[in-house]
Design a protein around this ligand. Structure first.
Ligand code: ATP
Length: 233
């Protein structure tokens, strides 16, 4: 069995006084694609923010490749190999595709694939077809892909991906699934927030089901959906 890349124990998170996450335990091994499932408001995005250090008030142990990162700032976590793609697309609308990619560039990192714009254009052929296109002149799905590609320029070991299929045309969803399967072959690990079972089943080995800030089940995406339906979550 491959090495445990991310180990989370007793993760709690708050927005001001609102307690949102209640003692989550998670594990991701090198090269795994793991889904975080659950209905709207279950706490999926908040979990990714807590892992990235973006929640002001949080508690619990987070280890990346054995190192305790729980007290580090977001940029320090990024330097250790955590890549984060939030739900909202964060591209520079006045910069070209290529320039957007350059803003994410970080040095190569041992134990992680090394990405270049050329390699990313092979992974995202539709970005490769428009390297000079301004970010603001791209479709929502293309902007989503550019956000992912820019994060990959940081050469992450673990990618935290928040609902990449949301609000994206079905044809782009299929391309996104193929891209994640390809990414997986490169050796990167991915934690994916996802409500789309079809998408999760295509790309994830296994997942966790969140409800009201607690993990209530773990297993394959299909078994989690069955659990969700049976328990009315
Ligand atoms: N900035 C915020 N301030 C206060 N409460 C928040 C904030 N963001 C989210 N919440 C609350 O935290 C809870 C968890 O939200 P979160 O966004 O993590 O859920 P989610 O599972 O990602 O849902 P969705 O799929 O709708 O994005 C919800 O009750 C939400 O209302």
């Amino acid at each position: 069995m491959s090495q445990c890349l991310l180990q989370v124990q007793g993760l709690h998170g708050w927005y001001a006084d609102a307690h949102i996450l209640f003692g989550l335990d998670l594990e991701i091994r090198a090269g795994e694609v793991v889904a975080l499932m659950g209905r709207n408001g279950a706490g999926k995005s908040t979990t990714l923010k807590a892992l990235m250090g973006l929640l002001e008030r949080r508690q619990g142990q987070i280890r990346l490749a054995g190192r305790d990162i729980g007290k580090l700032a977001p940029h320090q976590r990024a330097r250790l190999g955590l890549g984060y793609v939030p739900e909202d697309r964060r591209i520079f609308t006045e910069l070209s595709v290529l320039e957007n990619l350059e803003t994410g560039r970080q040095p190569p990192r041992p134990g992680a694939p090394h990405w270049t714009p050329q390699a990313l254009f092979e992974l995202f052929p539709n970005l490769g077809a428009m390297p000079q296109r301004l970010g603001g002149r791209m479709s929502g799905g293309e902007q989503q892909m550019l956000t992912i590609a820019r994060t990959l320029m940081g050469n992450p070991r673990l990618l935290l991906l928040d609902e990449p299929s949301e609000g994206v045309a079905p044809v782009i969803v299929e391309q996104m699934a193929a891209m994640i399967q390809e990414l997986k072959r490169s050796g990167i690990a991915i934690l994916l927030c996802e409500q789309n079972l079809h998408f999760a089943s295509l790309v994830c080995d296994r997942g966790y089901l969140l409800d009201q800030g607690r993990i209530v089940a773990a297993g394959t995406p299909a078994s989690l959906q069955a659990h969700q339906q049976q328990s009315g979550l």
